[in-house]
Design a binder for this molecule. Structure first.
Ligand SMILES: *Cc1c(COP(=O)(O)O)cnc(C)c1O
Length: 400
């Protein structure tokens, strides 16, 4: 079984590049050149140096003693929360801006939902002195003010998008529209393993440093370079892709992914795309899409802004379909509980997205000798509003 992208940009029947005519040349150029660039000595050196000295890699692989005790196995946390800008996203934006420079592009655009990818993109644009425009749904602009202010402080122009539901899907549409107007000078830095080929593969490769490090770190700590389980959350799929990349062909390693159930998959308020989606095309790729009977894209919902996307990376649609990955749904309340548990047991406040990976643990049964590696994709600072609200609900319930 081949889990990697094929020549035409497909993972099984998912993927491809479904783009308007006007983008054929610039996407074609990227398809022709991205592997050459990623594999070149100059790229590799600059990328490695920045990951180490700027982003703070390698991120630690931490054996969580109390969490391991609770779940009866050996649980290692891959600490992407310790990266510069607070999540795994910086691995990808550093890589893509280096690709953009090598393609001769002089202007950067990006889409963002919660603002994490927008901040990571604005950060590398400041670093490289390139102009940056970030499209963000107006609803998200209003509820994610600290990230909007950060992007502006970093010198990016944040454009509020007022079409549709004014969230991530609409911001992505607007970014693609901008790209169509400026295909010659503009590079679109996509934030996850989504979009037309070669983006899913390029982003997966740029995040694959996560599993590359896990291999070396496990070898050192356990005397073998593979775990029994890899666990990660999936929004578009980039931290999960990075976590599993170098283990895809190693069938000894079980892959378990957590997607956002929202208020429950039957509630009508969910973002569980793999459970609920049907095949369709979104933002340039054939994949699973949450859509109604007429093929209209349905608005996803999750307490975690980084997971409420109505599509899913084509790689993950394929891994789930051929059952290389087991995909579990973690609802809002289960994620909140998991976030509080990690905080109390290990003194680590995770991002709400990462809490959807942690929420998998109570749904599994492990053997004591099992080695589990779980990626903590980001830190929880940005989610304190939701955590404070949850704490207030808990204390009100206690008083009653
Ligand atoms: C954006 C984000 C995610 C979801 O994106 P993926 O591409 O699925 O990884 C998960 N965790 C954090 C902390 C994020 O910022």
């Amino acid at each position: 079984m081949n889990y990697q992208v094929d020549q035409k940009g497909y993972y099984g029947r998912f993927g491809g590049a479904y783009i308007p005519e006007i983008l054929h040349q610039c996407v074609g150029d990227l398809q022709q050149n991205y592997l050459k660039i990623l594999e070149s000595e100059s790229f590799r050196k600059e990328y490695r140096d920045l990951l180490r000295d700027y982003a703070g890699r390698p991120s630690p692989l931490y054996l969580s003693r109390r969490l391991s005790e609770k779940y009866g196995c050996r649980i290692y946390l891959k600490r992407e929360d310790l990266n510069h800008t607070g999540a795994h996203k910086i691995n990808n934006t550093i890589g893509q801006i280096l690709v953009a420079q090598r393609m001769g592009k002089t202007r950067i655009i990006a889409e963002t939902g919660a603002g994490q990818h927008g901040v990571a993109t604005a950060t590398v644009c400041a670093l490289m002195n390139l102009p940056c425009v970030v499209y963000m749904g107006k609803t998200d602009v209003e509820r994610q003010q600290p990230n909007v202010k950060k992007m502006q402080m970093l010198g990016a122009e944040v454009i509020p998008v007022v079409s549709g539901n004014m969230t991530l899907k609409d911001a992505t549409n607007e970014a693609i529209r901008d790209w169509c107007y400026h295909p010659a000078d503009t590079f679109y830095i996509i934030g996850s393993t989504v979009g037309p080929h070669p983006y899913p593969d390029m982003v997966a490769r740029l995040q694959s440093v996560i599993s590359e490090e896990i291999k070396g770190q496990l070898q050192e700590k356990e005397g073998r370079d593979y775990p029994d389980y890899l666990i990660a959350c999936v929004g578009g799929g980039s931290n999960a892709a990075g976590t599993v990349y170098h283990y895809l062909d190693d069938e000894r390693v079980k892959i378990v992914l957590g997607e956002a159930g929202g208020e429950g998959i039957l509630s009508g308020k969910s973002a569980a795309t793999i459970q609920l989606g049907r095949e369709g095309i979104i933002h340039g790729a054939r994949t699973l899409v949450m859509q109604d009977a007429d093929g209209q894209i349905e608005e996803p919902y999750s307490i975690s802004a980084g997971l409420d996307y109505p599509g899913i990376g084509p790689m993950h649609a394929h891994l789930a379909t051929v059952r290389r990955a087991q995909v579990l749904t973690v609802n809002d309340d289960e994620a909140l509980e998991a976030a509080f548990e990690l905080t109390r047991l290990e003194g680590i406040i995770p991002a709400l997205e990462s809490a959807h990976a942690l929420g998998i643990l109570p749904k599994m049964s492990f053997r004591p000798e099992d080695i589990v590696v779980l990626t903590v994709s980001g830190r929880g600072d940005k989610d304190m509003g939701s955590y404070i609200e949850a704490l207030e609900v808990i204390s009100v319930n206690k008083t009653v």
